[in-house]
Design a protein around this ligand. Structure first.
Ligand code: AMP
Ligand code: MG
Length: 309
């Protein structure tokens, strides 16, 4: 995944604690090996290479995550769309490569989750047009975190924090106190704009600073607006807090694309789901449940008063 994994857990038996760590790392490797678009032999890469010719038979796991992705496409009016990859593969953020406008627009015409044809009876996925590609980068890390937490729970571990990149989930508490996760200042890696206390919830942050380059004063980053095939630029970062990391991962990417107004409206309509947004001017915004009660404010300081974490 090209991602830093962190596991923190407590169990009185160190052998079980070690088993937990080993199980999580093994699961993360397994998910990377099957879902990475960069590993040629991965199930996802093979699907991309073959599904335009004929239906590709997938594992239950990959099929399930593609179905889950389509659920979020429906929920977000297409802001979350794994076929973004039909354009996404033309960008190379490390080497400051982007498609020219005509190439981008041509490829953007292929972005549409309706171009995926799923058949549950055979677990097959087909592309209805040549040139369509998928990438689970907006949801797979959250899924890996959820799987990891499930494995820890199976081992009887009840206090843990698992993080993969910007996606985390916690169970239990940390020696009688909540776990905490900081939201960094999108324009200053050394500063926090908020520190969030967490117990038995997941949290995901999507930001325009994670993978990007600048050209002619414009920031090209890894979250793509399916309508244009260009980077979404209304927000600098989106943090979602919710019950599971698959959902918070998909929703953080989605709200980044939807922008301030439509993004907050969506989050305010979902139960047990909260959001902290930093807009393009660096101003912070909160979903309804966090805003009036100042719930977060007690624990988090605004950007002007960074908290050491
Ligand atoms: P995250 O850091 O969770 O927001 O994930 C960003 C990743 O999501 C990118 O690196 C892409 O792999 C993927 N992605 C980008 N744009 C979209 C989109 N509109 N819908 C779904 N996935 C996307
Ligand atoms: Mg995400």
């Amino acid at each position: 995944m090209g991602t830093r994994i962190t596991i923190e857990l407590f169990h009185p038996d160190t052998a079980i604690a070690q088993q937990g760590i080993d199980a999580v790392l093994k699961e993360m490797r397994h998910i990377d090996t099957s879902m990475s678009p960069f590993i040629e032999s991965s199930e996802l890469a093979r699907l991309n290479a073959q599904a335009a010719q004929k239906p590709f038979r997938t594992s239950n796991e990959l099929f399930g995550l593609i179905q889950r992705s389509l659920y979020f496409s429906g929920l977000t009016g297409g802001a979350f769309d794994i076929t973004f990859a039909s354009v996404g593969f033309l960008y190379d953020y490390r080497n400051a490569v982007k498609p020219d406008e005509s190439r981008r627009l041509k490829a953007a015409a292929l972005i549409d989750y309706h171009n995926l044809v799923l058949d549950e009876t055979g677990n097959t996925v087909a592309f209805s047009k040549p040139g369509v590609r998928i990438d689970l980068g907006g949801i797979a890390k959250g899924y890996a975190v959820d799987r990891s937490i499930a494995l820890l729970q199976e081992l009887g571990i009840g206090h843990a924090l698992v993080t993969a990149g910007g996606d985390s989930r916690t169970i239990g508490d940390r020696w009688g106190r909540p776990w905490t996760i900081g939201i960094r200042d999108p324009r200053d890696a050394d500063k926090m704009v908020a520190v969030i206390p967490l117990q038995d919830v997941a949290i995901s942050t999507s930001g325009d600073y994670q993978r990007y380059f600048e050209k002619d004063g414009i920031r090209y980053h890894h979250i793509i607006d399916p309508k244009s095939g260009d980077s979404a630029r209304e927000l600098q970062s989106v943090t979602i807090i919710g019950p599971d990391a698959t959902s918070t991962d998909a929703l953080s990417t989605s709200v980044f694309v939807l922008g301030l107004e439509a993004g907050l409206k969506l989050i305010n309509s979902l139960p047990d789901t909260d959001a902290v947004l930093v807009d393009k001017h660096g101003k912070m915004h909160y979903s309804n449940d966090l805003e009036p009660a100042g719930k977060l404010r007690n624990n988090a300081k605004p950007a002007s008063q960074p908290v050491a974490h």
